[in-house]
Write a protein that binds this ligand. Structure first.
Ligand SMILES: [Zn+2]
Length: 457
């Protein structure tokens, strides 16, 4: 098993030459010999070099935010000097609501240094969109991560079909394409899958060997193939933007004989955040750019080792809009056992659920989107589904609209889906449950990249 390529990349960034400054334009992939030397150091020395670097960068970030951002000026005013990573706990949290309330208050550079503004759909009740601001240097660091992260399973000459938005300069697909060019791969910008037949034709014509996209888009590509239709020569698929059901991983790997990897990131992390190594048991993270924590969401204290909690991160190299202890709302845990790839980097478990995700069925029973995903995507013929839960006097009512392939037998799919749902623990245990399934060949959810979730009636 190969060592994650993030290890030499981060080792070089955090080498004893001191912390990288935002003015440092040296390319991190130029000096092979330096990288080899760094990686040959024992794991604990690599870890301690990284932590010294993180302390120095954390100190610089706090200073930047305190002196340049309106939002952080006051909360960081009395914070004592950072001398260890434990000092992180003394810093205030930042929430999505803080960013939504006044995004410009976080900006630390002049407006003309902002290269890209990302406006995210409002998911809250306020109706105010969230905005994130990035400089050229911020984008550069993301491009760098995308190239190195992709090199886990992508080499020179690989042809990478990008099934994410890439038309706008600075968009995720655009930065990914630039990162791929740096590792000698050939990016093919396609955009999200709207018509699976057309996308497969592009994949075959372009001889795509790698694909990057959204789980529900990729499952639609494999499950709508006609018998005997040519299979694109794909050896690896990277899934991103929403949690990745194992049932979808198995469907894609089974159909195409490829390997599926997970990526974790969000606009706030600078799009890229962390990626599987060949062991595929959790993400290794951009630890030179982002300092991650897992906290108990109730107390704000670090979660006990290996215990699940809310994922929180602090930017270490962000110029435009640094974020300190940003609460992601994602649930994860540290994997404490060493990774078989041999890295000194930490491993964060795959994210399955969000803090706001579980839906109360009453009687202490909770239903989650990942639970539903695992049982329903395991049924062949299901392309997507949307769930609405209503709680009434008579008992909970769970309605699931299921999009099936035009060639699937609706009766068979209905029977399998019902069996699978009835066997799901919260649904098995719910008294007076009513379960409605509606099968259709039409889309059941709008074609956005938004995270899927259970709706309440
Ligand atoms: Zn690993």
């Amino acid at each position: 098993m190969s060592l994650t390529p993030l290890e030499p990349w981060i080792a070089q960034k955090t080498a004893d030459r001191g912390p990288r400054t935002v003015d440092d334009e040296s390319s991190p992939l130029t000096n092979d010999e330096e990288q080899r030397t760094m990686v040959e150091r024992p794991s604990d020395l690599r870890r301690s070099a990284l932590e010294s670097y993180q302390i120095a960068r954390l100190k610089a970030t706090v200073e930047l935010a305190r002196t340049k951002s309106r939002f952080y000026r006051e909360p960081l005013a009395g914070v004592p000097e950072i001398t260890s990573l434990d000092d992180l706990e003394r810093l205030p949290f930042t929430t999505a609501e803080d960013v939504r309330a006044d995004p410009l208050a976080f900006v630390c550079v002049s407006q003309d240094e902002i290269a890209r503004v990302v406006t995210l759909d409002s998911s809250g009740t306020t109706g105010t969109p969230k905005r994130l601001y990035f400089t050229k240097t911020d984008q550069e660091l993301t491009i760098d991560f995308f190239g190195v992260g992709m090199s886990t399973f992508t080499g020179p000459g690989d042809r990478v079909l990008i099934l994410l938005p890439g038309e706008t300069p600075g968009s995720v697909g655009d930065l990914l394409a630039k990162g791929l060019e740096r590792i000698g791969a050939v990016p093919i910008k396609h955009g999200p899958v709207r018509d699976p037949v057309a996308t497969r034709a592009v994949a075959v014509r372009e001889a795509a060997t790698v694909m990057v996209g959204v789980p529900t888009h990729l499952v639609r590509l494999v499950r709508t193939m006609a018998p005997g239709e040519p299979v694109p020569p794909v050896h690896s698929v990277l899934l991103s933007t929403d949690h990745v059901p194992q049932a979808i991983v198995h469907a894609i790997e089974g159909a195409w004989g490829c390997t599926v990897y997970n990526h974790y990131g969000m606009t706030e992390t600078g799009l890229g955040g962390g990626v599987d190594c060949e062991a595929r048991r959790g993400y290794h993270l951009r630890e030179a750019d982002l300092l991650y924590e897992v906290i108990d969401p109730a107390t704000g204290l670090p979660a006990a080792p290996g215990e699940p909690g809310e994922v929180v991160f602090t930017t270490l190299t962000r110029e435009g809009m640094p974020l300190i202890r940003y609460r992601t709302g994602d649930y994860g845990h540290w994997i404490e056992t060493p990774c078989p790839c041999g890295t000194s980097l930490r491993t964060l478990s795959h994210i399955t659920t969000r803090l706001s995700g579980p839906v109360d069925l009453g009687g202490g029973l909770w239903l989650t989107q990942p639970d539903l995903d695992e049982v329903l995507f395991a049924v062949d013929g299901i392309l997507n589904f949307a769930t609405v839960v209503a709680r009434a006097e008579a008992g909970p009512r769970v309605s699931v609209a299921i999009q099936i392939t035009p060639t699937a037998n609706p009766d068979t799919v209905r029977a399998e889906a019902l069996n699978a749902l009835r066997a799901l623990p919260p649904l098995t245990a719910a008294p007076r449950l009513s379960l409605d399934l509606h099968l259709t060949t039409e889309p059941v959810a709008p074609p956005t990249l938004a995270k899927r979730s259970i709706k309440l009636a």
